[in-house]
Design a binder for this molecule. Structure first.
Ligand code: SF4
Ligand code: SF4
Length: 130
């Protein structure tokens, strides 16, 4: 069995800011448990729950309002796009695949081009395997 964070050529470890091919070494990622568990990017996969809300709370952390706050409520048809109303009154958007808040620059891309997003493709693969 490969590392549970290895998906479709990407490392999806929550340690990374976003899924990446950079840390992938086939001998390591596709190796046995003792090999991949020694990887510095490896974390116990209990945190990889794509259940809405659970992952959101455990992985999004604290928002940086300077780059994350939105004055208008965002909307995307992507199933991994999460919207939160901050206590200050602004809106925040997060991505369950990336496990973090989305910046103001990224939100319009999720709103308009969600069906072309590579992270969504990874998220759907992860859901299929659950
Ligand atoms: S072994 Fe390390 S680099 Fe490879 S998928 Fe797992 S966590 Fe990522
Ligand atoms: S469109 Fe992509 S980046 Fe945006 S929420 Fe969906 S998966 Fe995440």
């Amino acid at each position: 069995m490969p590392c549970p964070w290895y998906k479709d050529g990407f490392c999806t470890s929550p340690v990374l800011e976003r899924p990446s091919t950079d840390p992938v070494i086939p001998e390591k990622c596709l190796g046995d448990e003792t090999v991949y568990k020694a990887c510095k990017y490896y974390r116990e996969p209990t945190s990889l729950s794509l259940t809405q809300g659970k992952l959101y709370q455990s992985r999004f952390g604290r928002p940086l309002l300077l780059i994350h706050s939105l004055s208008v409520k965002p909307s995307s048809s992507c199933e991994f796009f999460v919207v939160e109303k901050h206590e200050s009154g602004v809106y925040l958007a997060g991505c369950e695949v990336l496990g973090r808040y989305l910046t103001r620059y990224e939100v319009p891309l999720c709103e308009k081009h969600w069906d072309e997003c590579p992270y969504r493709r990874i998220g759907l693969l992860l859901r299929e395997e659950k």
